[in-house]
Write a protein that binds this ligand. Structure first.
Ligand SMILES: CC(C)(COP(=O)(O)OP(=O)(O)OC[C@H]1O[C@@H](n2cnc3c(N)ncnc32)[C@H](O)[C@@H]1OP(=O)(O)O)[C@@H](O)C(=O)NCCC(=O)NCCS
Length: 152
């Protein structure tokens, strides 16, 4: 497995992975297309030896006026169902956090559904701490946990 910055040729596979996983709740292709243009250093893919996409992670800079300066958000972490449980998600997140630090970004936030045990466990293992529950963030009784990571 290899982790690298995303390239335009990867995007159709990312669109498919999003749509297959989240259906109508998926990030629109236009959003991901724009993300690649705006944050080419913050969109990463994991691929196998055949260059097939196993997963991706998208980070984005946090607005300094409302967030701690030099911080970012993890906007998406997604591993294809066949590739889960093999360290791909952990490798993508670790790679991304290392690159954030190289770019001078020392804090990373994300939100996750409170019942997403596998994701929460992954994030906790990498040093993310739960800050707060954002009640009804995505609608009635659809809460999100806000997690934060700080470079040591
Ligand atoms: C969450 C997700 C990214 C994990 O990716 P993955 O490649 O399967 O995870 P990894 O194999 O790297 O596992 C890393 C750690 O996560 C935890 N983990 C992963 N799968 C788990 C599961 N099914 N149950 C419990 N913990 C799990 C473990 O702590 C694991 O560490 P370990 O291998 O030392 O036990 C993947 O399940 C996924 O894409 N889910 C759908 C999208 C999603 O929920 N994204 C997060 C949105 S905030």
């Amino acid at each position: 497995m290899m982790i690298r910055s995303a390239a335009p040729a990867d995007m159709p596979a990312l669109f498919d992975l999003e749509a297959q996983t989240y259906g109508s709740e998926a990030y629109p292709s236009l959003f991901l297309h724009q993300a690649l243009l705006q944050w080419p250093d913050l969109l990463y893919v994991a691929c196998n030896e055949q260059n097939e996409i196993l997963g991706y992670a998208l980070f984005a800079p946090a607005a300094p006026k409302v967030n701690t300066p030099n911080s970012a958000w993890l906007m998406s972490l997604l591993v294809s169902p066949q590739a889960r449980g093999q360290g791909v998600g952990k490798a993508l997140t670790t790679f991304g956090l290392q690159h954030l630090v190289e770019q001078g970004i020392v804090q990373c936030m994300l939100t996750v559904a409170p019942d997403n045990a596998s994701a929460i466990q992954l994030y906790q293992k990498l040093g993310f701490n739960t800050e707060v529950t954002i009640a009804h963030a995505l609608g009635h009784n659809e809460h999100r946990l806000l997690l934060k990571w700080q470079h040591a």
